[in-house]
Structure formats: C-alpha cells, structure tokens
Design a protein around this ligand. Sequence first.
Ligand code: GLA
Length: 391
Amino acid sequence: MKLMNISLFSGAIFAFLIIYLGSKENTVNYKVQNEKSVMGIERSSYGVTENDEKVEVFKLYNLKGIQVSIITYGGRITAVETPDKNGNKENVILGFKNLEQYEKPNPYFGALVGRYGNRIAKGKFTLNNIEYQLAKNNGENSLHGGLVGFDKVVWKVAEIEENETSVVLKLSYLSKDMEEGFPGNLKTTVTYTLNYDNSLDVLYEATTDKTTIVNLTQHSYFNLSGDFSQTILDHVVEINADKFVPVDNTLIPTGNLASVDDTPFDFRAPTLVGKHINSKNEQVTLGGGYDHCWVLNNQGKGYRSVAKAYHPASGRTMEVLTDQPGVQFYTGNFLDGTLPTPNGGVFGKRSGFCFETQHYPDAPNQPQFPSTVLEPGEKYETKTTFKFSVN
Ligand code: GLA
C-alpha cells in the first residue's frame, strides 16, 4: 500500500514535471515566434522601367501567417500569400510575373491610386474660382488620377522598420504642381505595415502647398480561392452600408444616395457575390455587375470594420477596416481574358474583386458629398486595413 502511494506520488511528480517543462517549452517557443526571424522584410531588385528607373521588390513576411510582396513601381502589391483552412499557402492577389507586364496597360493591378481615386465628371473641377482640366482617360471622364497616375510612377523608399510584432515599408512620392493637371506640390507617403495578427495596414499621408483635391486608395484585386481560373462569384461578402451611390451610364454619381433596402446592393448580411450580380436592376446593369461606391455606416466613428469577404471552400476570410466614408466594391467586370496570370492562364471576367476604400466619386463636383479638398497647412491622413484569417 505504502509502495503504491510512493509510486503514485512519484508518478504525479513526473507528470507535473512533464506538463510544467512542456509548458515552459511552449513559452520559449512562443517567444521565439515573436523574434524578428518570424516577422521580417526582404529587399531585392525587381527590374528597370522603360524610362530607366530602378524598381525594387519588398517581401514583408510573417512566417506564421501571410507574406506580402510590394514593388516600388506604383507601390503595387504583387502578391499576398495566405494559408487556407488546411494550411496551404496560396497567392490571393491578381498580379503579373514581371515589371514589363505591369508597365503595359492594365486595370490598376495591386496599385496605389492617386491623386484622385475614381471618376471626376468631364475631368473638370473648380477650386477658389479656378477651373482645372484633367485628362479624359475614361470616355468623357477622368479616372484614377489621369494618364500617369500614382499607379505608374516609381515610389521612393522612405523607411524600412522591423519590430517584434510588425514590419513597415514607407514609400514616398512628390507629385509636382500641375502634374496631371492637379494644383499644388503634393508630398505623399504610403506606409504598409504587416502585423503579427496577419493584418496589413495602409496609411496614406499627404500635404500640399496650394489648395488641391486628394482621394487615395489601394486597387488590389482579390480572389481568396487562390485559383485565378475561378470567378469570385462564390465569395460571400458583407458591407456595412445602408446606402450606396447610384451612377449614370458613364459611372458618374447622379448626386443622390440610394437605400440598399430590397436591392442587389444590400450586403448588410453575408451574401453570395453571384446571387444578384446578373440581375436586371438598372444600377447593376449600368455597372456591368458591381462597380459602385457604398456609403459606409458609422462615418462619425472614424476607423472601423466596414466589410468582409469569405471564401467558403478555402476558409479564407478578409476583413476591411477604414476611416473613409466609402468603399468602391468592384467585381472585375472589365477583366476580359486578355491579361496573363503568372502561371500561364488568363484573368477572366470577375476573376477578382476590389474593396477600394475612398471618398465618393466626383466629390469635387458634388458639394453635398464629403469634401476631398486639401488646403496648405492641413494634413491628409487616412488608414485602411486588410485583415486575413481562416474560418
Ligand atoms: C475602378 C472603377 C472601375 C474600373 C476599374 C479598373 O474600380 O470604378 O470602373 O475602372 O477601376 O478597370
């Protein structure tokens, strides 16, 4: 009996030691996972543009989660590799295999868009009684900053930082007075921060020396399946918006804000993208699918969660947080099977979707919309986060 007790006692001590040491080991491992070896940035050359400018590529990684590749040409995100529910990592960003392809005409793949994301009617606006005329690069209208917008310039590397829980790449670009027809020297920085929790922050900052307009955004196309031969119609999307911005047949806002109630624009509950995308609804028809700005709820609350996309088969989920009043949800309706994927296929219609956080289109000509005017002495500062997870 005594012997029994002793062996039970020593057994208990043994078990305790195993559990204790095991948990110690976990602690040590956890600490190791927090070291720089898990979060990091790699820098390498990506090529040289037609104008002989050097372009670099940065790989921001979080080895326990995602890896993000960004090039200095257009500040473009060329890839985001994320695990699916079985741990298989795949790239979920539509992109090309080299710089040459990025320099050819393409619909803003992965790009930073500026100075003015989205459309300005007839490319015209007036500030302090002076009328400015931009290039009409989208029918009669100006789209995404003009002929050579922020998506087609080489950004400077302003800062690289590696912390225990995040890695930071800050890019800068000086857009000169009257570049693409916009007044004022606009000093712009965009800071990409990859965090330990698999979120990617995009912080936009700008100052000007003359009254101007600014509306910067990120134009990445996502396909959470990681398979670009598939459409995104099987994704489930949620947008926290009671209203959207109806447009005319050139995709310029009519000026009213419409309720999403009983329309294909109601994404307040999780809804399959394909559910109403071919509906005869006039607005859906005008966009050739979704290509509209949603009027986000809780505008007074600043930075908040505004949208989500979920791909049931892979389990990949992306949440969007922003301080902006709107998000352009674009379902890649103009992709037409002519642009090559990196692995020999083509990007077909609706093979990607964008969540472009921003102010409403044509705000410079629609005084009832939140203003996009930036004055000297003011600072433009806005943050959007894309947070990846698996469900
Ligand atoms: C934005 C526009 C779309 C289209 C794409 C690029 O999302 O709203 O209409 O121009 O950019 O093709």
